[in-house]
Design a protein around this ligand. Structure first.
Ligand SMILES: Nc1nc2c(c(=O)[nH]1)N[C@H]1C(S)=C(S)[C@@H](COP(=O)(O)OP(=O)(O)OC[C@H]3O[C@@H](n4cnc5c(=O)[nH]c(N)nc54)[C@H](O)[C@@H]3O)O[C@H]1N2
Ligand SMILES: Nc1nc2c(c(=O)[nH]1)N[C@H]1C(S)=C(S)[C@@H](COP(=O)(O)OP(=O)(O)OC[C@H]3O[C@@H](n4cnc5c(=O)[nH]c(N)nc54)[C@H](O)[C@@H]3O)O[C@H]1N2
Ligand SMILES: [Mo]
Length: 764
């Protein structure tokens, strides 16, 4: 530690991966005291006939190395395969009022839930109950609602296709389309924006495309932490000489240098591979300006090429045959001034032109993006611009090119595919009704924001959560907590205790479920489930570990139990479906024809790819073409005063969303704490502050997200390589700074990555 560094802050000089990653894997396993035979389970992650890693949604290569797992996958597996238990004795020892004062970290650290538990007001404790009793109570409470739309049905993206399909079936037979889900907080801007542009809400590339591309752009995502297996792909591309252009306000180590733990030479010589060929520290909320700048550059290079008798840079044949709206886009770009682009992005025209030139020169470009793009007030518009840029040179729907949204949870994409959506289309509902003889409701349901609003306003009285930690993950958790205390029924299907479980309704029930890594035995024997990754590959997942408790049930079985209790006259043969999951898959196939021969095709190693029409240049838009969609102006978020900074909220290396594995963030040089804010040294000194000072954050109410200023106190300022004018703090601690009203009105995605704040010395 240098004299200047505050405790727990020390710049990290190493590459991403390397020995640090191997040490971290060993430590993660040791901390969970997972028994050695369980460690072998790691080796089955993402292997044919093994289980799908619950870590991220990055796909598996065809030719995998003997251990296709990564540091953070290992943490996710060790977290689930832990030897620790949150059994009835734990709940007996601690009243809920006491647990509420615990940190989220300490709550989950208790380990796996073992029994169904119901809250008892008299003792202020969760007490064990039988499954039958739990289902009876839930069924009675749901049936007591005057209107099925007074219940909300949340999904976090770990649920398998089988569990999610049964869940949406139950909810629709019950009579609601209220499906708030984690995707609403994540890639909803993609799910709404890409259909506008390309007619399909999914990425267009496959993993093989990375072998054929000749430029990669990485905008607003942090693969070294959140999709570590992607680093192997980026490394191979970098070694082929493919330029990798990064736009990120923070210098993220995983995008700079990577030492592959699978490469003995790199490991033994302590060498690493440079990842980014150019790294641009765009301001938070500056991507729209960058994208317009790069498109402007592409048009300018095109004009210059034509003027000198060249063929031009635009793919004119593609634009003519496949797209609509080019003129309006060109006019918008023409009218956008470079000075404004520079101001908004914090980058120089020369830098953006250099990036634009890389784009224009490459014949096959892949554009990857994450939460840095979607979690803004105009996140959907950002996604449109990404598509525009690619369409200019026909970079959609051919080998080595395309758009690559990095999805969050390991099956968040699959849950959507099999019907978990608040805005179902008619064709799907008609097929669902025909397959089961039910009458699904037609009205639009609630997304995550609308759910919290409906509960707050007393319009919804019950919530069932298939996984997740909704109250903590949402913006404005205080408001969400207050709202959820007004519920009549709260049910959590979960693997570990978390804060959402402590927000008590009149009836609160926790149902413990099997995790991905565990053997799932039903009447006809052990079952496999299926998941869909970020690149639309569907494959089977089979757990191999002994369940954490004999009482655990699978998610499909729990959904069926609730459905039977809530719908005594159900048209669905729940027990029959649960006895053999291949029967559920037959039904999925009946409702979604793209899953033809579902049960046969998952037997192939690696599974199969679902059709994504846009990757075949089939445009399922109203115009029948891909659409260029200009964005108004350059601001992704409401403008703020000159003295304000823009806060973005990010994940540490040792966390999985609201699950905190440890208080360390190795690549950013933070150990044993999370109460820090990353600030550019110039922004600190402009405020008379320095590295290590205690500071407070106060929000600047922006238009449409007003209310009294919100505060976060007593953080330690860390001088960091972050764009000027931008600061960063950890999610979920900083969520109280984000007003519920601050979201993208097209997609409902909260603006987690753009919070106008003022920074002051603590207590000032
Ligand atoms: N280990 C681990 N893996 C995970 C998760 C996890 O928590 N832990 N979460 C999973 C989930 S649900 C998701 S959605 C994904 C999330 O994966 P990412 O999209 O990588 O998520 P974040 O950490 O939120 O932030 C992404 C990056 O955006 C940058 N950024 C912030 N604001 C801006 C901006 O305005 N512009 C640009 N260009 N960049 C910006 C940040 O510096 C950060 O590097 O990961 C999934 N995988
Ligand atoms: N400020 C800010 N807020 C954000 C974000 C951000 O970048 N910044 N990101 C947003 C994003 S992208 C997302 S996706 C959401 C995440 O929101 P959620 O998906 O709701 O949250 P998680 O933290 O992933 O959920 C963790 C809980 O899931 C349960 N769980 C784990 N595995 C399983 C399983 O196999 N089955 C079941 N039934 N339960 C399981 C455990 O009980 C655990 O406590 O947060 C959002 N919130
Ligand atoms: Mo996510």
């Amino acid at each position: 530690m240098s004299k200047m560094d505050p405790p727990g802050v020390k710049p990290y000089d190493g590459p991403a991966g390397g020995w640090g990653a191997l040490h971290a894997v060993a430590k993660a396993i040791k901390d969970q005291t997972a028994v050695t035979s369980d460690v072998r389970a790691l080796l089955k992650a993402n292997q044919p006939m093994g289980f799908d890693c619950p870590g991220c949604a990055w796909p598996d290569p065809d030719h995998r190395s003997s251990f296709e797992f990564c540091e953070n996958g290992a943490k996710a597996v060790a977290w689930e395969a832990t030897a620790k238990r949150a059994a009835p004795e734990f709940f007996a020892a601690h009243p809920v009022a006491e647990l509420w004062t615990w940190s989220d970290f300490d709550l989950e650290k208790q380990g796996r839930l073992t029994h169904p538990m119901a809250y008892d007001t008299a003792s202020d404790r969760y007490l064990p109950i039988s499954w039958d009793e739990a289902f009876t109570r839930i069924g009675a409470a749901l049936r007591a609602l005057p209107d099925p739309n007074m219940a909300e049905f949340y999904t976090s993206g770990r649920a398998s296709n089988e569990a999610a399909f049964l869940y949406q079936l139950f909810v629709r037979e019950f009579g609601s389309n209220n499906f708030p889900d984690c995707s609403n907080m994540c890639h909803e801007a993609t799910s709404v924006g890409l259909p506008d542009s390309l007619g399909a809400g999914k990425g267009t590339v496959t993993l093989e495309d990375f072998d054929h591309c000749d430029a990669i752009f990485c905008i607003g995502h942090n693969p070294g932490t959140n999709h570590p297996r992607m680093l192997a792909t980026l490394r191979e591309a970098a070694r082929r000489g493919v330029p990798i252009v990064v736009f990120n306000p923070l210098r993220e180590r995983g995008l700079e240098r990577f030492a592959s733990p699978q490469d003995p030479i790199e490991m033994l010589t302590m060498r690493s591979t440079e990842i980014a060929s150019s790294y641009y520290q765009v301001k938070v909320g500056g991507d729209l300006a960058v994208l317009k700048g790069m498109m402007k550059t592409t048009l300018a290079l095109d004009a210059a090429s034509l003027a000198s008798g060249g063929p031009g840079v635009l793919d004119r044949a593609f634009i003519a045959e496949h797209t609509s709206g080019f003129e309006a886009l060109a006019a918008d770009l023409e009218g956008t001034e470079w000075a404004a682009i520079e101001r908004q992005s914090g980058l120089s025209r020369a830098d953006i032109e250099a990036a634009g030139a890389v784009y224009a020169k490459a014949s096959r470009v892949i554009l990857c993006y994450g939460m840095g793009v979607t979690q803004h007030r105009h996140g959907t518009s950002n996604v449109h611009q990404l598509a525009n840029l690619l369409l200019l040179r026909g970079n959609i729907g051919r080998e080595g090119a395309g758009i690559c949204p990095l999805r969050g949870h390991s099956n968040v994409q699959g849950d959507r595919t099999v019907g978990v959506t608040e805005i179902p289309d008619e064709a799907f509902l008609a097929r669902l009704d025909a397959a089961f003889g039910i009458a699904s409701p037609r009205e639009k349901g609630h997304n995550a924001i609308e759910t919290v609003e409906a509960i707050r306003d007393g319009k919804s009285k019950a919530i069932i959560c298939l996984g997740g930690n909704l109250a903590v993950a949402m913006s404005d958790p205080e408001a969400t907590f207050a709202a959820m205390r007004k519920l009549d029924l709260a049910v959590h299907i979960a693997t570990k205790p978390n804060r959402s479980h402590l927000i008590l309704a009149k009836e609160s029930i926790i149902l413990p479920c099997l995790g991905r890594t565990e053997i799932d035995v039903q009447e006809t024997g052990p079952q496999a489930v299926t998941v869909e990754d970020s690149m639309s590959m569907v494959h089977a997942s089979r757990g191999g570990l002994k369940p954490a408790s004999d009482e655990l049930r699978s998610e499909p079985a729990i959904v069926a139990g609730i459905a039977k209790a809530a719908l005594p006259q159900s048209k669905v043969a729940w027990d029959h479906l649960i006895a053999d999951y291949s029967r559920i898959r037959d039904k999925i196939e009946e409702v979604f024809p793209d899953f033809f021969n579902f049960n046969e095709r998952i037997m192939q190693p690696g599974g199969f790819r679902l059709k994504v029409a846009s990757s075949e240049r089939e445009w399922r838009t109203p115009s029948g073409k891909a659409n260029f969609i200009p964005a108004e102006g350059l601001a992704e978020d409401p403008a703020v005063g000159a003295d304000a900074l823009v806060l973005t909220t990010i994940r540490s290396h040792d966390q999985y969303n609201t699950t905190i594995y440890s208080l360390n963030d190795r690549y950013r040089g933070i150990t044993g704490r999370r109460d820090v804010v990353f600030v550019n040294a110039k922004d600190l000194s402009a405020r008379g502050l320095k590295h290590g000072d205690a500071v407070d954050l106060e929000t600047v109410p922006a238009d449409g997200a007003g209310g009294a200023p919100r505060r976060m106190r007593g953080l330690t300022a860390v001088a960091y390589t972050i764009a000027e004018g931008s600061v960063a703090a950890y999610y979920p601690e900083a969520n109280n700074l984000i007003a519920l009203e601050s979201y993208d009105h097209r997609s409902g995605t909260p603006a987690y990555k753009s919070v106008p704040i003022r920074l002051r010395a603590a207590g000032a």
